[in-house]
Ligand binder design. Structure first.
Ligand SMILES: Nc1nc2c(ncn2[C@@H]2O[C@H](COP(=O)(O)OP(=O)(O)O)[C@@H](O)[C@H]2O)c(=O)[nH]1
Ligand SMILES: [Mg+2]
Length: 314
């Protein structure tokens, strides 16, 4: 048995160290990782993938921690992937998350992985997707993916989920309009965390009004729940809502559409990454810089520059 097959066998039989190792390979874009991911594919598709997003400091990690405990109580195994765009670290637990998630870090049925996104020039969503697939094949029932709801890549990550939970905090006031613009459409469950701070009812009402203005045709009206993640209040309701959403997806047949959409997005991102990678090979980095120079000197417009850059593969 070669070492890659051996690694895969270990991942599939629940060996945590093998999982960590394969994740590092996948994050580094290791050649062996691609082959391994291909062999893993038939073993995926069983997990319920849940995206958790919201502004920094809204309590996502705290909530994820509590959700994981609740899912464990229900007998489900849990995978957690925390994508932190502010962190330069990759391939290991961030100190903060490691401390915060200590309660569940000792549970062998929970696997936690943190991922910094700096240094991933694009490709973050597909790399997160690889980690999710590894945990899926590894046999985790529920996979919680935490990401800061800010940029485009975060939205893309969340789109890889079956169920998306949007975490907000009370007292957003006028800001709520701006934040909600792109977030409303992707939220399946809304959580107003830090309800202990007061003003949660009002924030929940505002969200409710905005959801009314954005009617969905899927037949799922996203519930708006209030939690105090810090002290375990309202967690069970969030778990129930997440589970109900999956039930709804299955009953309506929307699950297949979602998965299909996800695979399509993922495939396109992989293609995009490969195209860019192959264009950057053979010292073409220099060519890129030259084109940028030309744009800045108004000798070339961006579209023409893009056309020239693409020439080697046209
Ligand atoms: N008052 C209050 N603080 C909370 C609650 N949940 C989390 N926090 C605190 O908010 C801070 C940020 O939490 P964290 O989970 O790291 O937020 P994240 O950046 O969204 O992952 C921490 O100090 C938490 O202890 C809550 O329900 N109420
Ligand atoms: Mg966090």
């Amino acid at each position: 048995m070669d070492s890659l097959t051996n690694l895969l066998t270990r991942v599939l039989s629940g060996d945590r160290r093998a999982v960590a190792r394969l994740m590092t390979m996948a994050e580094n874009g290791d050649a062996g990782a691609r082959e391994a991911m291909a062999k893993l594919h038939p073993h995926t598709g069983k997990a319920h993938i849940v995206g958790i997003t919201g502004p920094p400091g809204s309590g996502k990690s705290t909530l994820v921690d509590k959700l994981a405990l609740e899912f464990r109580r229900l007998g489900k195994s849990v995978g957690i992937i925390a994508v932190d765009p502010t962190s330069p670290f990759t391939g290991g637990a961030l100190l903060g998350d490691r401390i915060r998630m200590n309660a569940i870090a000792l549970d062998r049925n929970v696997f936690i992985r943190s991922m910094g996104s700096r240094g991933h020039l694009g490709g973050l969503a597909s790399k997160t997707g690889d980690l999710v697939r590894i945990l899926d094949a590894h046999g985790k029932d529920v996979i919680l993916v935490e990401t800061v709801g800010a940029g485009q890549s975060e939205v893309e990550i969340v789109r890889t989920a079956h169920t998306t939970v949007i975490v907000e905090v009370p007292g957003l006031g006028d800001d709520i309009q701006a934040i909600k613009a792109g977030i409303l459409e992707i939220g399946d469950v809304f959580v107003v965390n830090k309800a202990d701070l007061g003003g949660a009812d009002e924030t929940a009402r505002e969200l409710d009004t905005m959801l009314d203005m954005n009617p969905v045709d899927t037949g799922w009206r996203p519930p708006i729940l209030q939690t105090v993640a810090k002290s375990d209040t309202g967690i069970l309701e969030v778990v129930d809502a997440i589970t109900s959403h999956m039930d709804h997806l299955k009953e309506t047949g929307n699950l297949k559409d979602r998965v299909r959409e996800r695979e399509k997005t993922n495939l396109l991102e992989l293609v995009r990454d490969r195209v860019v990678d192959s264009l950057m090979e053979n010292d073409n980095e220099r060519g890129l810089e030259d084109l940028v120079d030309s744009i800045m000197k108004y000798e070339l417009d961006p579209h023409t520059a893009a056309e020239r850059f693409l020439k080697p593969i046209r």
